[in-house]
Design a protein around this ligand. Structure first.
Ligand code: ADP
Length: 479
């Protein structure tokens, strides 16, 4: 079975969040079980510079980009670095050569032409999945991810092509919303601008397009698939999602167990394992040293790695942080994002030198060392489609404290592998923190909980088999 996996980011080429981890790992896991899955990604400069042995396999001359003229693009083919997954890269400098990230400039401002840029990605994805593809290789299924590829199912359907499409929602909060006058500039007919189409409260939404036109919708955990059908977490899409509930399923993400393995992780000062856990103590001491925390072996160290966004429950953490320090704990934070949250974190660090440390920025190596060096991991997200860090934490013996939402609820078992609280309030988080402090002081019970988490299996194989079954069911119903 051939699958084209269209995505706007994929680790290790380009990453802003969990989508990149999934895009880096799932296609490889699908290939492991025998599918011919290939990735399609935009050629941002950081992507192009990491590619090796590329060949140009197609040229597109008339893609829609702005009013006046079509844009041309080359399609490059190569392999994902460090794996054998085939990769198609859209080389279109006018769209993708920018100083800054994939979506925003260096000041964190969205590029003004993001609609055109990601329409381009969607146009190429649709073209490759259609009978007039310039490639010999045609996918049986087109798998789209998040709003950046949401127009692809629309382009395909509107062109009358029946190739089955899957739209995966990694986070419903990002919807790709643009003014309605974009419609004609993106080669979308006025007839699709309605409730039954791409319209979303008077605007055009790329994500809505994907949710409406795709044959099947998935999201990244069973609980989130249920939650998004209701107003509280449906972000305005709940009506559509509930109406499509028979074509909506939640498939839990896996984690890359090669990259995230405490017994072979090159980012760590030493290795450890569930049957030989003593190296974790050294990882903790080294982390304290690295971050300027006091070298206290017995102080429970709370780690947190997150985009500093309201979604991640940083407000809750800030509300309980003084209490954690008062009870003898330490905190190590890593993240970047919302400037007001970053400022509040800096104030917290200034109040508790040697007890609270934060690195405001993005640091892959440190994220591994925090997972290894902390005793407890904080993940009080207000909502969380799947979440990866709680799974990394379980694997690294850093006991997670999580809010019972989305994938957090599906991966952490209260009092067995971690602590789960139900109301997203400082008080409820604090009660969970107190439970963690209490258990931490009972060493055998603590070790048992750590081991229970470290023994959980979050490898991609199970998810890959579920996606395979889904693709097969789509092929049998559409074809
Ligand atoms: P989201 O996709 O909402 O950001 P996830 O938990 O699904 O959240 O995935 C986040 C990924 O990004 C994880 O791999 C996490 O370790 C990583 N990450 C987030 N912020 C940072 C940071 N500041 N430095 C390093 N890695 C980070």
């Amino acid at each position: 079975m051939r699958v084209l996996y269209a995505t706007s980011e994929a680790a290790p080429l380009i990453k802003t969040g969990g989508l990149a981890d999934v895009s880096g790992a799932l296609p490889a896991a699908l290939r492991e079980i025998g599918l011919d899955c290939r990735i399609l990604i935009p050629g941002y400069p950081v992507v192009i510079e990491k590619l090796q042995a590329t060949t140009t396999v197609a040229e597109f001359s008339n893609l829609f980009f702005n009013d006046a003229t079509g844009i041309s693009a080359r399609l490059l083919e190569c392999r994902m670095p460090g794996s054998d997954t085939p990769l198609y890269v859209i080389d279109a400098p006018e769209a993708f050569t920018r100083i800054g990230g994939p979506y925003q400039d260096a000041n964190g401002v969205d590029y003004p032409d993001n609609a055109q840029r990601f329409s381009l990605l969607s146009q190429v994805a649709a073209r490759l999945a259609s009978p007039d593809s310039p490639l010999d290789w045609r996918p049986d299924v087109l798998h789209c991810n998040d709003w950046q590829t949401g127009l692809a199912p629309a382009y395909l359907r509107l062109a009358g092509c029946l190739t089955p499409t899957v739209m995966t929602v990694h986070n419903l909060a990002y919807q790709g919303i643009f003014p309605p006058d974009m419609l004609s500039r993106l080669n979308l007919p006025a007839s699709c601008f309605g409730v039954e189409g791409v319209e979303y409260y008077g605007n055009l939404s790329f994500l809505k397009a994907g949710l409406y036109y795709a044959n099947h919708i998935t999201t990244v955990s069973p609980t989130y698939a249920e939650e998004i059908q209701h107003p509280q977490l449906g972000m305005g899409m709940q009506g559509l999602l509930a109406s499509r509930r028979h074509q909506l399923s939640g498939i839990l993400n896996g984690i890359d167990t090669g990259d995230w393995n405490p017994s072979s992780d090159l980012h760590l000062p030493c290795e450890y394992h569930v049957r030989a856990p003593s190296g974790k103590k050294r990882c903790k001491r080294k982390l304290q040293e690295e971050l300027g925390l006091e070298a206290q072996a017995d102080a429970p160290l709370f780690g947190m790695i997150a985009r500093m966004a309201h979604q991640k429950g940083m407000d809750l953490v800030l509300a309980v942080a003084d209490g954690i320090v008062d009870r003898g704990g330490q905190i190590a934070l890593l993240g970047t994002g919302d400037k007001s949250i970053e400022a509040a974190v800096r104030e917290l660090v200034a109040r508790h030198p040697g007890k609270v440390a934060a690195l405001i920025g993005y640091d892959e190596g440190l994220s591994h060392r925090i997972e290894a060096g902390s005793d407890i991991f904080l993940m009080p997200s207000l909502f969380e489609p799947c979440g990866l860090n709680q799974m990394y934490s379980l694997r690294y013996g850093s006991v997670p404290i999580v809010h019972a939402t989305g994938g957090l609820r599906d991966t952490v078992e209260d009092e067995v592998t971690g602590f789960v609280f139900h109301e997203p309030t400082p008080h409820a988080l604090w009660l969970a923190v107190e439970r963690a402090f209490d258990l931490y002081s009972q060493k055998p019970a603590w070790k048992k909980m750590m081991a229970a988490g470290m023994n959980r299996d979050f490898s991609w194989e199970k998810s890959a088999l579920t996606y395979q079954a889904l693709y097969q069911s789509l092929l049998s119903t559409t074809g």
